[in-house]
Ligand binder design. Structure first.
Ligand SMILES: [Zn+2]
Ligand SMILES: [Zn+2]
Length: 273
């Protein structure tokens, strides 16, 4: 296929001009920063100018100072925590068989590995997140992420360094076990960043492709988690909704949704009368 040969020649260029270490560590860091800020910054702008306000989940908005504080801290943590994690986890990935050479893996292999990473990450995240909502850990660690009760995309990675390490572990444990090709690792990282930015974007767009994925959490699901007190929040999963459903931690959210849809039906009936 022309597209696959295009990707392969692009990859060939990368592996002839950069070392494996440069691509796996610095390349991953650069790709992460690019995707994160390009996908997150538009929501910050939307909130400032008040565009698409009819799709905004909450009526409240953040001040410019609060938004700027988030960006400064993010830069500090990305260089001080994320980059060292990428560098120090490199030998583990190499040991587990990660490669960057050609040929590239088939789409079937890439897709299977990524689905596995999503399921595993969601499972670890769910239990870790529930533990982060216990009193001591919430007060000393997780409350940093909850400083923003009205999330705006970039807040997805705004967290205490200890939490960044824990979430980093949940994200890389799947790839660390399977030792994938670097191209799979990059695709996983991009999808994961886009997913968390969307979960924190503060808007529910009816045309978002994620509306059509089965059992997928979406922005409204995680936004609810940020709106409530830490002991009552629920909705702990990162990607899917089934863990919260199975363990009954989405009761409050489902009640609220039922009340909202009943209110919409009531107002529809009143209009028709
Ligand atoms: Zn939380
Ligand atoms: Zn969050």
């Amino acid at each position: 296929m022309a597209s696959s040969s295009f990707i392969e020649s692009g990859w060939q260029y990368l592996i002839t001009h950069f070392t494996d270490f440069q691509l796996a560590c610095l390349g991953s860091f650069f790709l992460h920063e690019t995707v994160f800020f390009l996908s997150g910054l538009p929501f910050l702008w939307l909130e400032r100018v008040g565009c698409f306000s009819k799709f905004k989940i909450q009526g409240k908005s953040n001040t410019a100072e609060a938004q700027e504080k988030c960006i400064i801290r993010l830069m500090l943590y990305h260089f001080g925590v994320n980059l060292p994690v990428m560098i120090f986890s490199y030998p583990v990935f190499k040991y587990m068989g990660m490669s960057s050479s050609l040929p590239l893996p088939s789409w079937k292999v890439v897709l299977t590995q990524i689905i596995f990473y999503f399921i595993l990450e969601d499972f670890i995240f769910y239990w870790g997140h529930r533990i982060l909502h216990t009193k001591w850990l919430y007060q000393h660690v997780h409350s940093v992420h909850h400083e923003y009760a009205t999330p705006f995309g970039l807040t997805s990675e705004y967290a205490h360094p200890a939490e960044i390490l824990f979430l980093g572990f949940a994200t890389i444990v799947g790839p660390a076990i399977t030792g994938p090709h670097l191209v799979t690792l990059w695709l996983w990282m991009v999808l994961r960043v886009l997913e968390t930015v969307e979960a924190h974007c503060g808007y529910h767009f009816p045309w978002s492709p994620s509306n059509f994925f089965p059992l997928y959490g979406r922005a409204d699901f995680h936004d609810y988690h940020h709106r409530l007190l830490y002991t009552k929040s629920g909705n702990y999963s990162s990607t899917f909704t089934y863990m919260d459903r199975i363990f009954g931690t989405d009761i409050g959210y489902r009640k609220l949704k039922a009340l909202k849809s009943a209110a919409v039906e009531d107002s529809g009936e009143q209009k028709n009368q």
